[in-house]
Design a protein around this ligand. Structure first.
Ligand SMILES: [Zn+2]
Length: 177
């Protein structure tokens, strides 16, 4: 169920919603309040080791618990995507970013406890200070350095992550590697 479809009452004046027409954003017919339903922003990092293998993390929590993802997460209010990625990399895997290059973006759907949130994922190729992974915030259960085989891509939690990795793989291939 999409987030916008559970807005039964205006969050400002409390009047019940008049209709569930596909209206985006939500507009209250009584007080005029408007709620925009995103997408919210998220970031993901492509980190490689000396041999070009990519760091993927195994998700410790739902949604998609046990599946693979890229280090990253949701951007906080007031934060840039770059600073959000720096923060998430430190929090999640204990890595310090030295530099980053924007790669691509993809829409994503984040479904938690039956409610679907629209997300825009932005992906960066990053260089890190060292590669000693430290799991810090409990959001991942494990990590791997891996080549981007189809079998690995089949284990990605989100289609947006898979898209970014395929985009990256194609770019690497095009560079004659
Ligand atoms: Zn209202």
């Amino acid at each position: 169920m999409k987030l916008e479809s559970i807005y039964r009452y205006c969050p400002v004046c409390g009047v019940e919603r008049a209709s569930f027409e596909p209206s985006r954003p939500f507009r209250c017919h009584a007080c005029g309040h408007t709620t925009f339903f995103g997408p919210v922003a998220a970031v993901g990092a492509i980190v490689t080791d000396e041999s070009g293998k990519v760091l993927l993390v195994r998700r410790a929590n739902d949604p998609a618990k046990g599946k693979l993802g890229m280090p990253g997460g949701f951007i906080d209010p007031g934060e840039s995507s770059e600073n959000g990625l720096r923060r998430e990399m430190l929090e999640e895997v204990g890595l310090t970013i030295l530099s980053m290059q924007y790669l691509t973006s993809a829409p994503n759907r984040y479904i938690y406890r039956g409610i679907e949130l629209s997300v825009l994922d932005m992906f960066y190729v990053v260089q890190v200070e060292h590669r000693d992974i430290q799991m810090r915030d409990g959001e991942i259960s494990d990590w791997i350095w891996t080549e981007l085989s189809d079998d690995i891509l089949d284990q990605m939690a989100f289609a947006s992550n898979r898209y970014a990795l395929e985009f990256y793989r194609g770019r690497i291939g095009a560079n004659g590697n």
